[in-house]
Each structure stands twice: as structure tokens, then as C-alpha cells.
Design a protein around this ligand. Sequence first.
Ligand code: S3P
Length: 181
Amino acid sequence: MTITLIGYRGSGKSSIAPLIATRLGWQWADVDRLIEKKADKTIKDIFEQEGEPAFREIEREVVSELFQKKQMVIATGGGTVLSSQNRDHFIQGGPVIWLKASVEGLFERISKDPISEETRPSLTSKGGGIEEIQEVLQQREPFYKECATIKIETENHTFDSIVKKIMQQLPNEITAGENQT
Ligand code: S3P
């Protein structure tokens, strides 16, 4: 069984995944970090030196490997949903949680992240601003919708309250063994 976190950059996937995993006593993994480990370079370098299609190929390999494992909470990258093969893995694995926020909310969080500029490639020629978020989110929303089994509004909520909302919506068979600490 896997719990997959999906959503745009800055939606909190990588921060929320370990918190959920701790509550359940499960392991967690971050697709972006595993891609960097496999390629032995940063995501920005993979995009710049090899291009986005090469990045997506490594991403698909990492996802296939990850979904062999049991009881794992997985933080995906914002574009991991673009591949139908990845979406099938998510859906077959277990609950898929979409962390939602408005374009403005995402922009604010991405701009406040000090490492974003150095490590995250631009996704369009618009160069990472609010227009890019608008354009890319519009393309991806159907994919997020297609695989999400749980939708969580994250705007103006703390990580703790987001985790609480997620725990309330996970099926009982998962939360029955929850760590009480
Ligand atoms: C991407 C999002 C990034 C990372 C890569 C591509 C995207 O992940 O996978 O830069 O296409 O939206 P985060 O959502 O963790 O920033």
C-alpha cells in the first residue's frame, strides 16, 4: 500500500510526506531526491544538460521502482502526474492526496523558498512567475483530478492542520495502526 502526495510545486508535498509517515509508522520517499541520486546531479542540471524528456524518463524509472515497495508515503514532483504510467502506479498503490492551493498562494510560497531559484528549473519560457504557474496548472489540473482520491485545501493552513485533515480522510484500514505519539 502506498499513499501518494500530488500537487504543484510549493504545495507542501515534501514537507507533509514525512509527517504522515511518522504518524503511520511507515517509510517515506521523495521522487525528486531519488531522481537526483540516480542521476547524480541536481534537477536543474538534468533539465539544462539533458532536457525535460530525459528528466521524465528517469522520473518514470524512479516511480516504477518505488511502487514495488510496501507501506510507503511518496512525495511526487509537480509534473510526475503527466505520465499515464505514473498515474496508474499512484491509483493502484492506494490513496492519492492532492494538495491544492490557488495560483497566488503557490506563487507566494515558491517565491519565499530560498532554494527554489537555484534548484528548480523554469517549466515554460515565462520564467517561473505567476503566469507560468497559471499556464502549467491549467494543463495539469485534469491529471491531478484524474488520480486524486482525497483533495486537501492547503491555503492558510499549517502543516499540522493539513496532516490532521489528511489523517481524518484516510481509510480506517490505514489509520487503525496509527502511532499515537
Ligand atoms: C517539476 C516539479 C519539481 C521537479 C521538477 C519538475 C514540475 O518538483 O520534479 O523541477 O514539472 O512541476 P516539486 O513539485 O517538488 O518542486
